[in-house]
Design a protein around this ligand. Structure first.
Ligand SMILES: C[S@@+](CC[C@H](N)C(=O)[O-])C[C@H]1O[C@@H](n2cnc3c(N)ncnc32)[C@H](O)[C@@H]1O
Length: 230
C-alpha cells in the first residue's frame, strides 16, 4: 500500500465507490491507495501536464485504473464515474474545473482545496451539491476536506448543512464545524480576532472578516452576520 500523508488519508476515508476519477492525480498515490484498500473498483486518473501524467502511469501500472492526459473534466464523459476527487489545488482552479462541465460532475465529490475553502462551499451551494461532511486536517498547514453529494433529483430544498447557521458564516468557516463549535476552529477565530483587533483602521475585507469572526464567536448571531455581508 502506498504511504499517503494525513491530508490524503483523510480524503480516502471519504471515498467508497465503483468508478472513481481523480483530477490532478500527479503521483497517482490517491487512486493506488483507494484500489489497494478496496474502497473503489476502478480508477480514472487525469492530469493536464506530461510529467504528472507519467508519474500516475507509473504508480498505477498493473492496477484497475487508466490514466488520461487532459484538462479537468474535458477528459471525463458524463456518467463515466460514480465519484470524483480534486485535491491539493487552489480553490479558484478547482472551481473553474467544476464549472466548465457541470454535467460531468458525478453525484459524489470530495474536494481538498489548499486555500479559500469558502469558494468551494459557494460553488456547491449554487451548483446544487450538499455538503455532507467536512474536516480540517492540521499538518504543516490547514487543509479543508469537503465531501459533497448532489441534491436529490427534483429537490428545491437548500442544503440542510446551512440550517441553523448564518450562511455567510457557514461559507466562510464551514457550517458543520461552526455548528459543532469545533474547538480548533474557535481557537483560530480567537487568534485571528485578536490579530485584526490590533489595527485602528481596517480595509473593507478586513472589517467584513472581523465581523464574521465576531459573529461566529458570539454564538452565531444571525443579524450580526447579515450586517457583516453588507
Ligand atoms: C499540487 S498537485 C496535487 C497532486 C495530488 N492531487 C495531491 O493532492 O497530492 C496538482 C496537480 O493538478 C494538476 N492540474 C492542475 N490543473 C489541472 C487541470 N485543469 N486538469 C488536470 N490536472 C490539473 C497539476 O498538473 C498537478 O499535477
Amino acid at each position: 500500500m502506498p504511504k499517503l500523508d494525513q491530508r490524503l488519508i483523510a480524503v480516502t476515508h471519504r471515498i467508497r465507490s465503483g468508478v472513481h476519477a481523480d483530477i490532478g492525480s500527479d503521483h497517482g498515490l490517491l487512486l493506488a491507495s483507494l484500489l489497494g484498500s478496496g474502497r473503489i473498483d476502478y480508477g480514472i486518473a487525469i492530469d493536464n501536464k506530461q510529467q504528472p501524467f507519467e508519474n500516475s502511469r507509473k504508480t498505477l501500472a498493473g492496477l484497475a485504473a487508466e490514466v488520461r492526459l487532459g484538462d479537468g473534466l474535458a477528459a471525463l464523459n458524463t456518467g463515466e464515474a460514480d465519484s470524483l476527487s480534486i485535491c491539493g489545488m487552489g480553490a479558484e482552479n478547482m472551481r473553474s474545473i467544476l464549472q466548465r462541465y457541470p454535467d460531468r460532475v458525478p453525484a459524489e465529490v470530495v474536494l481538498q482545496p489548499n486555500s479559500r475553502a469558502e469558494l468551494i462551499r459557494q460553488w456547491a451551494w449554487s451548483a446544487g451539491f450538499w455538503l455532507v461532511d467536512e474536516q480540517v486536517v492540521r499538518t504543516t498547514g490547514k487543509y479543508a476536506v469537503l465531501s459533497f453529494r448532489r441534491s436529490p433529483v427534483g429537490s428545491s430544498q437548500d442544503d440542510p448543512a446551512y440550517d441553523d447557521v448564518d450562511r455567510a458564516c457557514g461559507f466562510e468557516f464551514g457550517p458543520w464545524l461552526v455548528k459543532a463549535r469545533d474547538a480548533d476552529l474557535l481557537a483560530d477565530l480567537l487568534e485571528e480576532k485578536s490579530y485584526w483587533s490590533q489595527f485602528g483602521q481596517l480595509t473593507t475585507r478586513g472589517q467584513q472578516r472581523l465581523a464574521l469572526i465576531s459573529a461566529t464567536i458570539d454564538g452565531l448571531d444571525a443579524s450580526h452576520c447579515e450586517r457583516a455581508k453588507k
